[in-house]
Design a protein around this ligand. Structure first.
Ligand SMILES: Cc1cc2nc3c(=O)[nH]c(=O)nc-3n(C[C@H](O)[C@H](O)[C@H](O)COP(=O)(O)OP(=O)(O)OC[C@H]3O[C@@H](n4cnc5c(N)ncnc54)[C@H](O)[C@@H]3O)c2cc1C
Length: 446
């Protein structure tokens, strides 16, 4: 019977997008179906590979921040996804990511982690960071002014500056809180701030004069500069044209401007999502959102087809190979009820203690087993059943649906998604090519 696609990717977060791009890059016909918004909208937009090594200690104390994440990978537990794919694959995958995002991300010049200040004033060890955060690195010795806004309480400039100083950064940090020209509502969305600057909308200044939002913001900040050579803002500096907005502010202020990555909703995360989806379009991947995979049919150890719910209609999708990239407990790729932890589409095995009280640590800051819940892959990233065999010959898993790592404690979320997405996509494309060649041999008269 005809195969509709070579590869069907289920889930459109960073893992699924990377898997689809990786398979398409190998010449496969790829389709991606996804349900709801991905975690990228909540994540900072930073690409963490490995910031901390998990510890065997009961207190959960971890080792780090790590200078070189790649050097630390061999010290991870054998069941960690990075150990499954191997350090060279992690490097290849990051190089692949660099090729997708181009000059929008920095950090590829070194194996060492960059130290990026985040909205609470903590410093994040990360492997790749958006260009918009480049002038904010904590290793930079230039003094910094951090500007928060009265209507955006999730970033407090003075508090973030105090935290940075307490962390011992090699520069002086100072913070101020200003009103954002043109914003009066306390509940304005971050996209409202960004669009005001994107469009350089006309706003009224404190003196009642009318001017463009970029100039008004720069003028408000300028009055507070005390010789600092760089100014940090919460990451709201433009949605469609962040480089242009930053350049305009820098021209007005005469100093470097950077964004401090924020929590949800995250504009850098949304910008990264836009880039990935633009790359999917360029690569010819068929993408359909808002359509959950709800069922499947098995045939002789393989997935024969999956069933997609399209507005209540159940549509079968067939492919030679499938990639499961449905996320973890956040994305609903892994779910729990009072009795079990499950992978809801294929019911792949998810190891967990039978007593649900053992899913958590008594210490709120300890190592919680639930943080590592997920499917257990073999060397080709095929989820394994309880006996250790591949659940299906043609299903691979990538990203947060995989178990064996705690992305929040290790700071490894996007890195694992990119590495496993890349490898799953490559394997899926290779197997699909084998199947095509075998079919051609059958139909070509000898
Ligand atoms: C608040 C927060 C902040 C974070 N910050 C960082 C950070 O700073 N740096 C970092 O590296 N990592 C960070 N992470 C972790 C990182 O974002 C995740 O590990 C990563 O995004 C997971 O990607 P994913 O593609 O595996 O899953 P997801 O992004 O969850 O995507 C899964 C997708 O699959 C879809 N899906 C689920 N079920 C179905 C179905 N049945 N059919 C079709 N589609 C389905 C979902 O709707 C979703 O779109 C953060 C995570 C969170 C929650």
């Amino acid at each position: 019977m005809a195969i509709e696609d070579d590869v069907l990717v289920i889930g459109g977060g960073i893992a699924g997008a990377t898997a689809a791009l990786s398979a398409a890059d190998e010449g496969a016909d790829v389709r991606l179906v996804t349900h709801k918004e991905s975690t990228l909208r909540n994540a900072s937009g930073l690409i963490d590979v490995l910031g901390y090594l998990p510890s065997d200690d009961a207190d959960g104390a971890s080792e780090g921040p790590l200078v070189d994440p790649f050097a630390a990978i061999p010290d991870l537990p054998e069941t960690h996804p990075y150990r499954t794919v191997g350090v060279e694959a992690v490097r290849e995958a990051l190089a692949f990511f660099d090729g997708i995002v181009g000059d929008a991300y920095l950090g590829a010049h070194t194996d060492d982690n960059a130290l990026v200040p985040t909205h609470g004033g903590s410093i994040k060890p990360t492997a790749r960071y958006p260009r918009s955060s480049a002038a904010g690195l904590a290793s930079d010795r230039r003094d910094a002014l951090l500007v928060g806004f009265e209507t955006l309480p999730t970033f407090e400039g003075p508090l973030a500056a105090a935290h940075l100083e307490a962390a011992g950064v090699p520069f002086q940090a100072r913070g101020v809180t200003l009103s954002f020209p043109g914003i009066v509502r306390d509940d304005a969305k971050v996209t409202r701030y960004a669009h005001l600057l994107d469009r350089d909308e006309t706003v009224s200044t404190a003196t009642g004069a009318e001017t463009g939002a970029r100039e008004a913001l720069a003028a408000a900040v300028e009055a507070h500069l005390e010789g600092e050579k760089r100014v940090g803002f919460p990451a709201v500096l433009g949605d469609e044209g962040p480089d242009e907005v930053r350049a305009a502010l820098e021209a007005h202020l005469g100093v470097d401007v950077f964004e401090v990555p924020m929590g949800p909703p995250s504009l850098p995360g949304l910008r990264l999502e836009d880039r990935l989806y633009a790359a999917l379009e360029t690569a010819g991947v068929e993408v359909r959102s808002g359509v959950p995979v709800v069922d499947y049919e098995r045939d002789d150890g393989r997935i024969d087809r999956v069933v997609v719910d399209r507005n209540g209609a159940e549509i079968p999708h067939r492919a030679d190979q499938y990639v499961l990239a449905t996320g973890g407990l956040v994305g609903k790729g892994v779910e729990s009820n009072r009795e079990r932890v499950i992978e809801p589409i294929f019911d792949c095995h998810v190891p967990h203690a039978t007593d649900r009280y053992d899913w958590f640590s008594e210490d709120a800051f300890g190592e919680h087993p639930f943080a590592r819940f997920g499917v257990v892959p073999d060397g080709e990233l095929r989820p394994r059943d309880g006996s250790g065999n591949a659940e299906f010959q043609n299903l691979r898993a990538a990203g947060a649906v995989l178990g064996g790592y705690d992305y929040a404690a290790e700071k490894s979320g996007a890195g694992v998604s990119i590495a496993t997405g890349y490898v799953a996509g490559r394997h899926a494309a290779a197997r699909a090519t084998d199947a095509r060649l075998a079919t051609n041999d059958e139909v070509t008269p000898q």
